[in-house]
Write a protein that binds this ligand. Structure first.
Ligand SMILES: Cc1ncc(C[n+]2csc(CCOP(=O)(O)OP(=O)(O)O)c2C)c(N)n1
Ligand code: SF4
Length: 188
């Protein structure tokens, strides 16, 4: 019989690199809080990352980060996937943009809806434009490829935007490896 083990992000998943960088970036702050959301990246709550403080429901990462920031929490970081962002993250982001809340929103964009089997994601190719359209400042909508070789650069980017006293969005992007495999085999 195989030994039961807790669920984990796939090896090679870009969410892993995001959490490695985020944990590194947050080391220097006394009491950081990371507000999570619903998707494969929720597994960042578990070992080895232990990177998330809250998980409630779809879209709650941004609204909770905003509320915590309003109450004095710093740093307040929201982590959300591309599909959940377009399901119910956009409304919270608009509120945070309108008030220039001091939060950092990471959209971990794997170009699919990984957790439910790899359906198309409504925001693919539009995430940054959506954020800009909602009114985010162009200088604080940043994009990076979520690759192991970029972990140090991601860490630097996270720190820069956490230290910016206002609303920032970081889009970390890499296709889900399960979806990428399926796409590759469909091409054959
Ligand atoms: C209200 C509601 N609708 C649908 C779901 C099913 N669901 C679970 S995770 C998820 C989206 C995950 O996609 P994304 O945020 O892009 O993260 P990924 O799994 O791709 O990392 C959905 C629709 C849900 N949990 N709650
Ligand atoms: S299915 Fe995709 S998004 Fe989910 S853990 Fe695996 S590689 Fe990551």
């Amino acid at each position: 019989m195989t030994k039961p083990r807790p669920p984990a992000l796939c090896q090679g998943c870009g969410h892993r690199d995001v959490y490695a960088a985020l944990n590194g970036a947050l080391e220097e702050y006394e009491s950081p809080k990371v507000f999570g959301d619903i998707g494969c990246y929720t597994l960042g709550f578990l070992s080895p990352f232990n990177a998330i403080d809250t998980v409630v429901d779809m879209g709650a990462s941004i609204t909770m980060a905003k509320g915590a920031s309003d109450a004095g929490q710093f740093p307040a970081v929201a982590i959300i996937g591309d599909s959940t962002f377009t399901h119910s993250g956009m409304t919270g982001l608009l509120d945070a943009i309108n008030e220039n809340s001091n939060i950092t929103v990471i959209i971990s964009d794997n170009l699919t809806t990984g957790m439910t089997g790899g359906q198309d994601s409504q925001g693919t190719g539009k995430i940054e434009d959506i954020c800009l359209g909602l009114g985010a400042q162009p200088a604080h909508v940043r994009t990076i490829d979520a690759l192991p070789k970029n972990v140090d650069e991601m860490k630097k980017l996270f720190k820069e935007e956490i230290d910016y006293p206002g609303l920032s969005v970081i889009v970390s992007r890499r296709e889900c490896i399960q979806t990428a495999r399926r796409h590759a085999s469909q091409k054959k």
